[in-house]
Ligand binder design. Structure first.
Ligand code: DQA
Length: 141
């Protein structure tokens, strides 16, 4: 399978930002780990991170045009705000698994709502970096 790992705003700062919430690992280490995991299973993984909503939307459209088999997406704070990302996910036929490193339900009220979850294939929350791995595994299965 051909998969896309997509990460939203501030995820490039993993390893430095709010370590008590997000842990000490870097985005690079997640990208490396998932690339290896997907490759071992005979698939292919592309990775992209952006702090810009429009670039994330373009990336979803592109994955659809290129008929990817699945998208592992941590939309970060846009999860809670972006109707545009929701419409993009609803518009494409590639299934999306929404991933959050932290347990958003234990945190501020404004993180309890996802604008995107209802149009996603599934959601993984609060399992740290393992969440990305489990999402990839779900697509590979
Ligand atoms: C996050 C949770 C969001 O609420 C937050 O804005 C993030 C990261 C997570 O992975 O836990 O930036 O998506």
């Amino acid at each position: 399978s051909r998969l896309l790992l997509l990460n939203g705003p501030n995820i490039n700062l993993l390893g430095m930002r709010e370590k008590d919430v997000y842990g000490e690992f870097t985005l690079q280490s997640i990208e490396d780990e998932l690339t290896k995991l997907v490759k071992t299973a005979g698939g292919e993984l592309d990775c992209f991170q952006s702090n810009h909503e429009g670039e994330l939307i373009d990336s979803l459209h592109r994955a659809n045009e290129l008929s990817y088999d699945g998208i592992i997406f941590n939309p970060a704070a846009y999860t809670h705000t972006s109707i545009a990302l929701r419409d993009a996910i609803a518009a494409i036929s590639v299934p999306v698994i929404e991933v959050h490193i932290s347990n958003v339900h234990k945190r501020e009220n404004f993180r309890h709502q996802s604008m995107l979850a209802a149009v996603c294939y599934g959601q993984i929350v609060g399992l740290g970096r393992k969440g990305y791995r489990l999402a990839a595994q779900a697509f590979l299965d």
